[in-house]
Write a protein that binds this ligand. Structure first.
Ligand SMILES: [Mg+2]
Length: 374
């Protein structure tokens, strides 16, 4: 329990993806880049963490490598792994922003500390509220026929939530896709995510068109900074409105509740900088009577597991999660066992730490650069 951190190793990894994806603010083709962090304690216990930056959303893998190697590693080497709140507070004072780097550091600390205490990460976060999390798969292929093929496969696998990435190829294309899914896939709870893809000027009329589909929610239709427009939309449509890019940190969560810009918040450890901060954002949402959703970035199973433990321990992150990439998007995941999805739900591990490790052979195969600090 009182182990000290001896070494820290980083890999910048590029992982091939199965199909192109169009997400309003950016197109993803070929591969996605993540940074994997491994800390090793003086007794040989290992903790894994992941940073999943996206240049148009949070940041770059190169900057994440530098943030951890140069600025955050001095806070870690020689420190007791149990000092998680103190280390994370110092991280905020040492480098502004870089939430993905901070999420990776906190995840690795929690993984190692959990192994030392022989407790799953959710136990370190307050205990278990839920053991399974309904999984949402995002449909974002520019070729809708390929998305329908994916819809068939995930329906057969028990998935009952889909999120359509709208606002990329015109309003008529969005209406066509939503009509098709509503008609041909009655099992699905359908949601839409614009990723800020709509101009404020046109948003009101277009979102009112979507009300007839009875969607589960509509996520971030306009730019993150268009908070007044978000509030106007929220008051004018019948579909619940979810804030994603408008809420990165605690002050933004407070303002979102105070200014009534949304009916729910997407919590992502890569936006807020860690699992404990994600729980704090959920608590602020709860104070305003809002539920939260388990969002993610382009992640591997490592970050998915971190998010799953956070949701397991946090009652009002109640709208499911979108941890589907490890199973249905990456050509190959980094975990040494399949990310746990059974019958359309993420099954939260109950073994110590995150509950899985990274396959280092796979990791090295896709690594672009690596460094070690001790
Ligand atoms: Mg989103």
């Amino acid at each position: 329990m009182h182990d000290k951190i001896k070494t820290l190793t980083l890999w910048h990894v590029a992982l091939p993806v199965s199909t192109p994806r169009d997400h309003g603010i950016g197109l993803v083709v070929g591969d996605v880049e993540v940074v994997i962090l491994k800390i090793t304690t003086d007794s040989g216990v290992i903790g894994w963490g992941e940073a999943s930056p996206w240049p148009v959303f949070t940041g770059t893998a190169e900057a994440t490598m530098s943030a951890i190697e140069r600025y955050l590693s001095p806070l870690l080497i020689g420190r007791c792994v149990a000092e998680i709140p103190a280390i994370m507070q110092q991280a905020d004072k040492t480098i502004v922003g870089h939430p993905e780097a901070k999420a990776a550091v906190e995840t690795a600390l929690l993984d190692a500390y959990g192994k030392l205490c022989e407790l799953p990460v959710w136990a370190l976060l307050g205990g278990c509220y839920r053991t399974e999390i309904p999984l949402s798969v995002s449909l974002a292929d520019p070729d809708f026929a390929r998305d329908l093929d994916l819809a068939d496969r995930i329906r057969d696998a028990g998935v009952r939530i889909v999120k359509v990435k709208t606002g990329t190829q015109g309003h008529d294309f969005d209406l066509h896709r939503l009509e098709t899914l509503k008609r041909d896939y009655p099992e699905f709870d359908i949601r839409a995510d614009y990723n800020q893809g709509m101009q404020a000027f046109e948003a009101m009329r277009r979102l009112q068109d979507l009300d007839e589909f009875g969607l589960g929610f509509i996520e971030q239709p306009v730019a993150a900074s268009n908070r007044m427009v978000m509030a106007q939309l929220c008051a004018s449509i019948s579909t619940p409105l979810l804030a994603d890019e408008s809420v990165f940190d605690l002050p933004q969560a407070f303002e979102a509740v105070r200014d009534e810009i949304c009916n729910g918040i997407s919590v992502k450890i890569m936006k807020c900088g860690g699992l404990r901060r994600g729980q704090q954002i959920a608590a602020v949402a709860e104070a305003g009577g809002l539920p939260c959703y388990g969002g993610d970035m382009f992640e591997t199973g490592v970050a998915h597991l971190a998010g799953a433990h956070m949701i397991a321990a946090t009652p009002n992150i109640s709208l499911g999660c979108e941890f589907y990439q490890a199973t249905w998007y990456l050509e190959e995941d980094l975990l040494d066992q399949p990310f746990p999805v059974v019958d359309g739900k993420v099954v939260v591990p109950s073994t110590p730490g995150l509950g899985a490790s990274v396959n280092e052979v796979t990791l090295k195969r896709y690594a672009r650069s690596t460094c070690t600090v001790s």
